[in-house]
Design a binder for this molecule. Sequence first.
Ligand SMILES: [Zn+2]
Length: 359
Amino acid sequence: MPAAEPAGGTQQGSGSPDVAALIPLVRRIVTARVPDQATADDLVQETLARVLAASGRLESGTLEPYAIVTARNVVTSLWRDQDRQRRHQHRVVDLRPPEAPDEDVLVQEDRAAIAQALSRLSDREREILLAHEVAGRDTRSLAAELGSTAGAVAAQLNRSRARLRVEYLLAAERIEPPTEQCRPVLLAISGGDRRRQRDVDAARHLLECEACGRLSEPLMGRGRTRDDEVRVPVRKDADVVAARHVARELATRLDFSPTDLTLIATAVSELARNIVRFADVGEIVVELLEAPRRGIKVVARDAGPGIDDLDRALLDGYSTYRGLGLGLPGARRLMDEFGIASESGRGTTVTMIKWRDEP
Ligand SMILES: [Zn+2]
């Protein structure tokens, strides 16, 4: 008998894609490659979590191809992890420190990749980026010097950072893009620029180009340490407070109004409390969105029992609390966008956004 299909999700807000609708597709891709049912379930979940995390930065037509390449990547990294585990198994009983020279080489390679990436920027791009990132010049003083506006300088900085990320990855992975279209596609993804993604048909390219399929995911920001994203593990009451503080702290950086700060903190608090009460283990990830529109994104994940009837859980007064089920209608009202994916017996993921800027 096939495994129970997960409950469908609902999304609202400006053109939010329905991530839950991707589940059958993702499941097909994963089960075709991974025979073990339990492992396959895990990988489907992991893929969806990543797609959900990226969905705010992708135009809706790109979501499905991104889900496909992410599913493939997740399966591949499972194989790589298993292989690495096998090779490093002796380390478990071998207490000598890992070979230091290895790490030296990595640091040197990283520096070389950054230098190469910087050299790919135009002189002007590089100067402004370094003045801002290294010398700490603010956008207003740079604008005054360049006879421009602070907004235009900020936009330019975003484009330069997006390009630097692309060039850094290409250099670090030692990849020469196989087609003329690769750089424009990677750049549109890196910058989270949905209109450009449509213009360069990023959706089709991700599927056809193996290199870009592989690079798209790190460009989404996974695996990098960033100061505009904070992850709070949630297990006990004190973590609820920590999650609320983190959200408020990050939101303050975007100059949200005091009212908005309270709404955001309350929504985060609500979801974190649900995790503690009904799911035991979970996490809250708070992330600042910069381009093309500023806002704060909150993702709450739990490994709880899941919600069978999402539509019902989103109705006011729904009281059969299961995991993140409590207070969902409340949290949804406090934020601008709200999406949820849940699978019975496996957990629930809620994604919420509060926008700082008008569309
Ligand atoms: Zn490509």
